[in-house]
Design a protein around this ligand. Structure first.
Ligand SMILES: O=C(O)CCC(=O)C(=O)O
Ligand SMILES: [Fe+2]
Length: 312
């Protein structure tokens, strides 16, 4: 059970405040001098990954609110935690993410300190999230075909928090993204605090929630490598402050081409993180009409094609 103080965390701004953040936000850095890194290998994926699944109906969403495509329903709320990578793969990924910390920027939007568009900085991460085996494993866990998000900037980000200095937190928020995987690159042995907390109810019920509400849950993400899937746009979540040690997570946002028209991103949520000029071209890449959704969106995301038939 999370402590009552989880609810004391601030909420990520919305509405007019979001526009204010967009005007002040910076386009992510793309450093010219990047560290040397290990090479990605497809056998770093644990293809047998499975995890307990909770449906969106258990969060109070009705069948009419769920996206459907020719009899398939997008109804997965939470999966896991599970392990997506082998021990060796996790070790290499951790090395890569530790080295990228120099590119992290402070923000006052969702997470205090993070690297955005990590796949544009790191060939390892780029190849990992575009590996067909990786995408198939993620797709099967969630039950819908998934590819990297065509909005490039938010598709892979690394959050860093240290237990000294000013508190580094993840505010209460829902993601702009629908399909979000958080990989823990450190564990409870490495830090105190840093509990992944979420609200098991509809997002429109969150405002009235009080401390002690049984719908406030802590996800058991204490093991290094623990990976949690969240239908991020439909679930309020936060991370309590790290009070000692160091916590690093990689957050990967994937996209279902078949549900592109239901994609819940808003321009201002994105611009709040990246600024307006970086958001306009990505926004066009997302909203430009398609004829063949799995193929056209895979092209835009520079990804292999994943279809419903691949889930079997
Ligand atoms: O760092 C985490 O565990 C979660 C971060 C998160 O929710 C986010 O970056 O959107
Ligand atoms: Fe999030």
């Amino acid at each position: 059970m999370p402590t009552a103080s989880a609810l004391d965390l601030p909420r990520t701004p919305t509405g007019f405040q979001q526009v204010f953040h967009a005007l002040r936000a910076h386009t992510p850095r793309r450093g010219a001098r990047l560290p040397a890194e290990p090479r990605w290998r497809s056998d770093f994926i644990d293809r047998d990954a499975t995890g307990a699944r909770v449906a969106l109906q258990e969060f109070g969403y009705t069948a009419r609110e769920l996206s459907t495509w020719r009899g398939r329903t997008d109804d997965t709320a939470v999966v896991g935690p599970f392990r997506l990578l082998t021990e060796e793969g996790l070790g290499r990924l951790t090395e890569v993410c530790e080295q990228l910390e120099g590119a992290a920027q402070r923000t006052r939007f969702i997470a205090t300190r993070r690297v955005r568009s990590a796949d544009l900085l790191s060939p390892f991460i780029n190849n990992m999230i575009r590996d067909r085996g990786f995408l198939l494993t993620c797709s099967r866990l969630v039950g819908v075909p998934l590819i990297p998000h065509p909005l490039r900037v938010p598709t892979a980000q690394i959050n860093y928090s240290n237990g000294r200095g000013g508190p580094e937190i993840v505010r209460w928020h829902r993601d702009g993204m629908d399909y979000v995987f958080t990989v823990q690159l450190s564990g409870y042995d490495d830090y105190e605090g840093g509990r992944f907390t979420y609200f098991q109810g509809r997002t429109d019920e969150f405002t009235g929630v009080r401390a002690g509400d049984p719908r406030l849950r802590e996800a058991p993400c204490g093991d290094r490598g623990a990976t949690l899937f969240l239908h991020g746009s439909r679930i309020f979540h936060a991370v309590t402050p790290v009070t000692r040690g160091r916590r690093v997570t990689l957050v990967i946002s994937l996209f279902c081409p078949y549900f592109a028209r239901q994609d819940s991103n808003t321009f201002w949520h994105l611009a709040g993180d990246d600024g307006i000029s970086a958001t306009v071209p990505s926004w066009l890449r997302l909203k430009w009409p398609v004829r063949n959704a799995p193929v056209d969106f895979s092209l835009r995301a520079a990804s292999p094609v994943i279809t419903w038939d691949d889930l079997a």
